[in-house]
Design a protein around this ligand. Structure first.
Ligand SMILES: [Zn+2]
Length: 76
């Protein structure tokens, strides 16, 4: 029997490039797959952000799936 929890544990984690807020008091971060041309500022506190890599479950890619389905819809 497969419970919902079991399925979630099977989601692989991938190394994901992110921008992380430099402020000690702020947990702000964002995915960096489209914004490496310049250093962004944190949307929460306007501090500079630094490039990091973090292990994130694939489910974080949900926005990419949305874009992908949008492309497929356009192709039809
Ligand atoms: Zn911040």
């Amino acid at each position: 029997m497969y419970s919902r929890k079991k399925i979630q544990e099977d989601i692989p984690e991938v190394i994901t490039k992110i921008w992380s807020c430099q402020s000690e008091d702020c947990n702000g971060w964002m995915r960096a797959n489209f914004s490496f041309d310049h250093t962004p500022t944190c949307v929460l506190c306007q501090s500079p952000m630094t490039s990091e890599e973090r292990m994130l479950p694939l489910i974080v890619n949900m926005n990419d799936h949305v874009k992908l389905s949008a492309v497929v819809t356009t192709a039809e």
